[in-house]
Design a protein around this ligand. Structure first.
Ligand code: ADP
Ligand code: MG
Length: 397
């Protein structure tokens, strides 16, 4: 798969689309990326650690302010036409202000900004956007959408919010307005990532560290594999895993599973009676440890040794948390058999995407091995592309 259009390349078409729809040129254009998570999965609602990177795939939005209270949103990627809303009347509860469909994402951002006291946004806005982030592939097209709108409104109204604050606004929009109980990782990656870096995020105090991740210099590459499947099973699973982890923390008398140090894991597991809760705790505590090990390996300049840590993480997600899918297991198995250094599912699981660490020279053979394995199993052809650590959200013009 070729590289996606850059925001600069998309900008012209998005600006022209805006002008055609709304009759005048936009005040500006903004871009925000999707992400993959290298390591640290289902840790973000346990006050734990995650290590995502932003992708070259981005949502690009053309935006102008309005003063009549109307919020108009349009996506080049949706069959729905222009959706017109009342910016001051948006409500997450069922009723007149409730928004359905994709427009809930941008509307949720306006609502969350208003709720945070930024009343300037009730003047309304015109938004037209297009995205190269595949949707529903576990690559956070939703966060890209939220952050591009949040950043545009922040800039246009001079709200002065920091990047982490914009991530919080995006998360609030998704949790409370769209109704998806996600952590803050996706939005933080989209808002705060830096080119050539991983983002190490402590989801308790929200402290960030930019970790240099120049794989090419070490003769390595990271591949993302979109399996093109999403299993319905995933729908209630997130809430169930979350509840199980909270039950584990309660039983162990800690605020969150983050507070169970890896050294105390065996002792903690002994104290848990429910085998399901025990397995969830083992995953979360060991995945936090895998983030720590990954960071130490990268600090020591040994990215190659991260490979087995990824595969270990996959086994834990597959066997302890049980959020993998046959297609994800097949990516990991086929890639590793073809000489990959390691691989794991990334994101919420039950389909979606995987990441694979390879020697640069093996990228093609590993890609082909995964494609062949999918063909042999009768699965839809996966999309494989290089996960190049890219810039976070920015103004394009
Ligand atoms: P992911 O974030 O992993 O891609 P989600 O289910 O969280 O998957 O978000 C996907 C949803 O986000 C889509 O169903 C759609 O409502 C919205 N979305 C994402 N990108 C776009 C886009 N370019 N145009 C319209 N809606 C989009
Ligand atoms: Mg999402």
């Amino acid at each position: 798969m070729g590289a996606p259009a850059t925001p600069e390349e998309s900008a012209r078409a998005v600006a022209e689309g805006f002008t055609r729809l709304y009759g005048s040129a936009p005040e500006g254009l903004w871009a925000a990326p999707g992400r993959v998570n290298l390591i640290g999965e289902y840790t973000d609602f346990n006050d734990g650690f995650v290590m995502p990177l932003a992708l070259p795939h981005t949502a690009v939005a053309a935006v102008s302010r309005r003063t009549d209270g109307r919020l108009r949103v349009h996506s080049a990627d949706s069959a729905e036409g222009v959706v017109t809303l009342d910016a001051a009347g948006l409500r997450p509860e069922d009723g007149a202000g409730r928004v359905h469909g994709w427009a809930a994402y941008p509307a949720g951002v306006v609502w969350a900004l208003r709720e945070a006291g930024h009343h300037a946004v009730t003047g309304g806005a015109d938004v037209h956007l297009a995205s190269t982030v595949p949707t529903g592939a576990g690559l956070s097209s939703s966060a890209a959408l939220e952050i591009v709108v949040a950043l545009a409104l922040n800039d246009l109204h001079g709200l002065g919010l920091t990047r982490p604050e914009l991530a919080r606004i995006g998360q609030r929009a998704e949790n409370a307005f769209v109704g998806v109980p996600c952590g803050v990782m996706d939005q933080t990656a989209s808002a705060c990532a830096a080119e050539g870096h991983l983002l190490h995020l402590d989801t308790r105090d929200l402290s960030l560290r930019q970790v240099p991740f120049d794989l090419a210099a070490q003769g390595l590459a990271l591949l993302a594999v979109d399996t093109r499947v999403k299993h319905a099973l995933g729908d209630g699973a997130y809430a169930e895993r979350r509840a199980g982890c909270e039950a584990g923390a309660r039983a162990l008398g800690v605020r969150a599973l983050r507070d169970v140090g890896y050294a105390r894991l065996p002792e903690a597991l002994d104290r848990l009676e429910d085998p399901t809760v025990r397995a969830y705790v083992r995953h979360v505590v060991s995945d936090n440890e895998r983030v720590r090990r990954t960071m130490a390996l990268l600090d020591a300049g040994d990215a190659r040794a991260v490979g087995p840590v990824l595969t270990e993480g996959h086994v834990s997600l597959r066997d302890d948390l049980r959020v993998s899918a046959p297609e994800l297991d097949l990516v990991v198995e086929a890639a590793n058999a073809a000489g990959a250094l390691g691989a794991r599912m990334t994101g919420g699981g039950f389909g979606g995407s995987a990441v694979v660490l390879v020697e640069s020279g093996d990228a093609e053979a590993v890609t082909k091995a995964v494609e062949d394995a999918f063909a042999a199993a009768g699965h839809t052809a996966p999309r494989v592309f290089p996960a190049i650590p890219s810039a976070g959200a920015r103004r394009v013009s």
